[in-house]
Write a protein that binds this ligand. Structure first.
Ligand code: APR
Length: 261
């Protein structure tokens, strides 16, 4: 924690990348961990790979499926909507408030970073709290749209879908561009709670190593090593739970800043 706190304090442009591991301590299962959704329910995973194609073929059937989801995935969506941030989310929001973190790029669709107070958040795989029009890119809050008639239509005439980015769906261009820019800009990248196997998100740490600051320091905080660890992309891995480790790092940073003042 001391080392990571020191690296953060010495950084000029630090960002953080997060995945499902950030939210398991908020009661949301991850995907590929031992109790992960895909690990425990192969059928749900297979259906998830078909969802975008269903939207393109039949937006009404897509909405009937995502709203009527039963079983593991239905429970997952409901958990997401009820969940609250944990100490890990609050620690990252505090580091942003201290001016040490410039941006959060998350794969999580749960909205917990914003709920914890983080401001500059890029939701790389979208949000469960929004709808998006794939034609014009318009995003609207879920609660502002009537779902009496399905599918809901955008003012441009396009059928709207969940803002979530499903498998086989392209990352929206505005999100792709912003995230790539942050990765190329940063001189420190903290990577928390992700298996780093899903692309193009998993290419961001590799971009950071090749970016303007090719000396970008990459620190993983995860319950297990990842391809970033094995491929030597990350400088070091802090092994453990994000909800325990991130508050400890923030404590060290806060104490050192107090002493510096
Ligand atoms: N603290 C630290 N690490 C944790 C914790 C925790 N509390 N809980 C789980 N982990 C680790 C797991 O060991 C695993 O390495 O977090 C990682 C979660 O990896 P995945 O389940 O693969 O989740 P993620 O990397 O976010 O998945 C990427 O895949 O299924 C799609 O769209 C979905 O955004 C998701 C994407």
């Amino acid at each position: 924690m001391e080392r990571a706190a020191g690296d953060l304090l010495n950084s000029k442009y630090a960002i953080v990348l997060t995945g499902a591991g950030m939210s398991t301590e908020s009661g949301i299962p991850d995907f590929r961990g031992p109790k992960g959704i895909w690990t425990t329910d192969k059928e749900a995973e297979a259906k998830a790979y078909e969802r975008y194609g269903l939207f393109l073929r039949d937006p009404r059937a897509y909405w009937e499926e995502v709203l009527g989801l039963k079983g593991t995935h239905g429970a997952f969506y409901n958990e997401l909507k009820k969940a609250q941030p944990n100490a890990g989310h609050y620690a990252l929001a505090e580091l942003e408030g201290l001016g040490l973190l410039k941006c959060v790029i998350t794969q999580n669709i749960d909205g917990l970073h914003r709920k914890a107070g983080s401001k500059n958040v890029i939701e790389y795989h979208g949000s469960i709290h929004k709808l998006r029009c794939p034609l014009c890119g318009l995003r609207l809050d879920f609660d502002t749209i009537s779902l009496e008639k399905l599918p809901p239509y955008c003012q441009c005439g396009g059928a709207m879908k969940y803002d979530i980015v499903h498998f086989n769906e392209p990352i929206p261009p505005d999100v792709l561009e912003r995230a790539e820019k942050e990765a190329l800009e940063c001189d420190l990248m903290l990577i928390c709670g992700t298996s780093a196997v899903v692309y193009p998100f998993a290419s961001l740490p590799r971009s950071a190593k090749l970016g303007h600051n090719s000396k970008a320091k990459i620190i993983e905080v995860n319950a297990e090593p990842t391809p970033l660890t094995y491929d030597g992309i990350s400088d070091y891995l802090i092994h453990g739970k994000t909800g325990e480790i991130l508050p400890q790092i923030t404590d060290v940073v806060r104490n050192r800043l107090c002493k510096m003042r």
